[in-house]
Design a protein around this ligand. Structure first.
Ligand code: NAP
Length: 458
């Protein structure tokens, strides 16, 4: 895929970028390794200060950065502002809480024949981040903020359609005062990831993206015996039970499916509604999905902008056509609007069966699948039948149902009466084919640290 910024609302190529040459790439990796050797010795106070400065810079230029995000991947301006604000809070969170996460943890020395024993957390060096375009700042930031606080050095291979966001991140950390080369963007194609990951100067990798990309990176990392964290696809279940406030649940269901123009790993994608409230839910949900304003993502009245790439829209259309061809019913939407850019109507489908591709895969666009179930047990059976296990949602006022959901849903995150969202304060990640490892919180920071055991004798 060529490295270029293309405006998804118009289809216009804004700027093309050259890929790094072999020499340039080698030079960048050499610089990263050199930076890692000295950066690990910096104080946590200095690192926290640089993170805070990065937060201040980003906050100060939030409007322009949000507009840049919109121009490269088409999310609405309001969503882009929210993404920038989340990055600011992520930077401040690790600046404030990072020092506590990095403290030594004492053990019981007496029990192991020592005067003292403790675990000390140390950085591991250069970490490669392979990131997707859908939250072009936040996906990279939730790696970068804890990594830099930990004393690691980052090299970012961002998605080929968001090069300006990728370059902005490098500039942001430089402006914030981090030592030279502590965070570098590598303008390279996906085909070069293997070479970088196999390079002895690179210690580990984190990848957020599709299952095929994750499988490839995980197998290379396995071959090299390097640590890897994988945040892959999701087809999150959103279960609505009779005891819930239906109006609120329906509002959030619409947001859950259409946030980020329907291109988030944690979008609610499969809606399981109890039969007692199915008609009422369907009526409200379909009406609200149909009333969404699809249009220019810079227009503040727009709810849903274009999909990020032409091929992404084609994939969504193919999924919908496959389902229709095999008997699914379109309750609303189901077509591309007649306008330039890569738009797709918010869509609700019923009658989805296992013969249809979308039943087992992930539709990365504003297309909801609705299933009617007769019990929470049935909803969980269906929900857990999917290969992914990223987020999950239950809407219920019933304590026993909530307990059952938390116990049995196969997902890395379980949200009750709310939409699945990432926060710096709580861990983020999945199970099954959604990947492994955790981002955010103290867990995310410790993924790329050596938890070194220290034993001191008498
Ligand atoms: P993608 O095609 O896998 O791309 C993601 C990144 O991986 C890009 O930088 C891409 O580079 C690179 N890449 C692609 N194939 C690769 C390979 N074989 N080896 C190494 N790198 C490779 O994913 P996408 O379509 O852009 O993003 C959508 C997917 O990401 C969805 O499945 C979504 O659910 C998932 N996602 C997951 C999370 C999470 O936290 N779990 C968050 C966001 C998105 P190029 O752009 O150069 O191809």
């Amino acid at each position: 895929m060529a490295i270029a910024s293309t405006n998804p609302a118009t289809g216009e190529v804004v700027e093309r970028f050259d890929e790094l040459t072999a020499d340039q790439l080698d030079d960048k990796l050499a610089r990263a390794a050199a930076a890692a050797a000295s950066y690990r010795l910096t104080s946590v106070e200095d690192r926290a200060g640089w993170l805070k400065a990065a937060a201040d810079h980003l906050e100060g230029e939030a409007g322009d950065v949000a507009a840049l995000i919109v121009s490269e991947m088409g999310k609405t301006y309001q969503a882009a502002r929210a993404e920038v604000a989340k990055c600011v809070s992520g930077l401040r969170f690790y600046a404030d809480r990072g020092p506590a996460f990095l403290r030594n943890v004492d053990g019981d020395g007496g029990k192991v024949g020592a005067r003292s024993t403790y675990v000390t957390y140390q950085p591991i060096g250069v970490v490669l981040a392979v990131m997707p375009w859908n939250l072009p700042l936040w996906q990279a930031m939730r790696f970068a903020a804890p990594a830099l606080m930990a004393g690691n050095v980052g090299v970012l291979k961002h998605a080929s359609n968001v090069p300006q966001c990728a370059l902005y991140l490098e500039e942001l950390f430089r402006k914030a005062g981090f030592p030279e080369d502590v965070f570098q963007t590598l303008l390279i194609s996906a085909g070069k990831v293997e070479q970088v990951l196999r390079d002895p100067r690179v210690a580990a990798a984190t990848l957020t993206g599709s299952e095929p990309a994750g499988r490839s990176v995980a197998s290379i990392a396995g071959d090299e015996v390097k640590k890897v964290v994988l945040e892959l696809g999701g087809s999150d279940p959103f279960i609505i039970m009779p005891s819930t406030d239906l109006e609120r649940a329906t509002d959030v269901a619409v947001t859950a499916r259409t946030l980020n123009n329907g291109q988030s790993c944690i979008n609610g994608k499969r809606f399981f509604v109890h039969e007692d409230i199915a008609d009422a839910f369907m009526e409200k949900f379909v009406a609200k999905m149909g009333a969404l304003v699809v249009g220019d993502p810079m227009d503040l009245d727009t709810d849903v902008g274009p999909l990020a790439t032409e091929s992404g829209r084609q994939d969504v259309e193919d999924y919908v056509q496959d389902a229709i061809g095999k008997g699914a019913t379109v309750l609303v939407g189901g077509e591309r609007p007649d306008r330039p850019g890569w738009f797709y109507q918010p869509t609700v489908l019923a009658g989805i069966t296992p013969e249809m591709r979308m039943y087992h895969e992930e539709v990365f666009g504003p297309v909801a699948q609705v299933f009617v179930v007769s019990s929470l047990e049935e909803a969980l059976r269906e929900a857990n039948g999917h290969p992914y296990g990223l987020g999950s949602n239950l809407w219920s006022e019933d304590e026993a149902e909530r307990d059952l959901f938390v116990r049995d849903v196969q997902s890395g995150m379980a949200f009750i009466n709310g939409n699945t969202t990432s926060y710096p304060e709580i861990p983020f990640g999945g199970v099954k084919r959604s990947g492994y490892g955790r981002e955010l919180s103290d867990l995310g920071m410790h993924e790329f640290m050596n938890a070194k055991t220290v034993w001191v004798g008498e």
